[in-house]
Design a binder for this molecule. Structure first.
Ligand code: 13P
Ligand code: SF4
Length: 317
């Protein structure tokens, strides 16, 4: 414990010396979340990254998040404790594939989830995150075709909520969320009949959650499809004693702090993102000592992507 406290004090000291703000995603290890200046979902962290007054941002998250921060604040130094922290979802579409798709649908508006590379963002009209995807799609005129990428489950969720028919969805997925399956969810819902269900829209089981509600297995108002930030808002207000959580397990830390009287249970406790967990306490310390890994985005590419990301941070809560 003393070692942990010393580590945290050293991280804070070095961050101050570097004039750095430390941002951490809700899926990071608890120690990383606890030492960060801000913890949040993708949208909240993008908004903070665009706004911070320090000259350096240390992004404890995955690479596309740090890249997004660099796109929004090109004049700042953006560091990530381990640049190998990728994302299987961002890897599920390449810029050349998107260009081919666009060529097949001239005139379509391209909506990309923020979980994409800077190259893909440069070919995008408007980015979204899981917390504002519905509002982003609703902001596009009804008669305009949409190419939505790369997550098929988030796409299906948005299509269901908006009723949008002229929306084409890329068949990508996140290996962590796709792996949380409907059988596990149904079994847990049966074992905990009074629990609320919080399901991230990237989950393969999001449809099963709605199916359970449709069948009356779980009352409608107990099933909530939410971004990680939305889960925290819901937790602060819930009257439930127990909540089943279908997302990456790092989320449980913030949920337990937000609502200490509620029992939060992972639907699948193996749903851990190995990329998020590359940001170890040792890696964060090294990052602050050595000033690396620095994130660079080609200036022309950043200019091309900035419009799409700026539109994203202006929409939704
Ligand atoms: P949120 O946008 O809900 O934070 O989810 C992002 C995500 O899945 C990053 O892996
Ligand atoms: Fe990417 Fe999935 Fe990890 Fe999120 S949880 S960073 S979408 S691989």
């Amino acid at each position: 414990v003393d070692g942990d406290r010393e580590w945290a004090a050293e991280v804070k000291r070095l961050a101050k010396l570097r004039d750095a703000t430390i941002l951490a995603h809700n899926y990071e290890l608890p120690a990383i979340q606890d030492v960060a200046d801000f913890v949040g979902d993708s949208l909240a962290l993008s908004r903070i990254a665009a706004d911070v007054s320090t000259s350096t941002i240390v992004f404890c998250g995955v690479h596309f998040m740090a890249e997004t921060a660099k796109i929004l604040s090109p004049e700042k130094t953006v560091l990530i404790p381990d640049q190998r922290a990728g994302c299987s979802l961002a890897d599920s579409i390449k810029a050349v594939e998107l260009q081919e798709w666009k060529d097949e649908h001239p005139g379509a508006v391209v909506v990309s989830y923020v979980n994409t590379t800077a190259e893909v963002k440069a070919l995008t009209d408007i980015c979204c995150t899981s917390s504002n995807a519905v509002e982003v799609v609703q902001s596009i005129p009804e008669d305009t075709e949409i190419l939505f990428l790369p997550d098929q489950f988030l796409g299906a969720h948005v299509k269901r909520v908006t009723g949008r028919q002229n929306m084409h969805i890329w068949a990508g997925e996140c290996h962590v969320h796709a792996g949380i399956n409907g059988h596990e969810l149904a079994a847990q819902a049966k074992a905990h009949p009074d629990a609320d269900l919080y399901v991230h829209p990237e989950c393969g089981c999001a449809t099963s959650a709605l199916y359970l509600a449709g069948e009356g297995a779980v009352p409608d108002d107990r099933v909530k499809i939410l971004s990680t930030g939305g889960m925290l808002d819901a937790a602060r207000e819930t009257g439930a004693k127990e909540v089943l959580v279908a997302t990456e397990v790092g989320m449980l830390h913030q949920l337990r702090m937000a609502a200490p009287g509620v029992e939060f249970r992972a639907v699948n406790d193996r749903a851990s993102c190995k990329y998020m967990k590359m940001i170890t306490p040792a890696a964060l310390l090294r990052c602050l000592v050595e000033g690396r890994d620095e994130v660079f985005v080609d200036a022309e590419m950043a200019d091309a992507g900035r419009k799409a990301v700026t539109r994203m941070i202006g929409i939704g809560q």
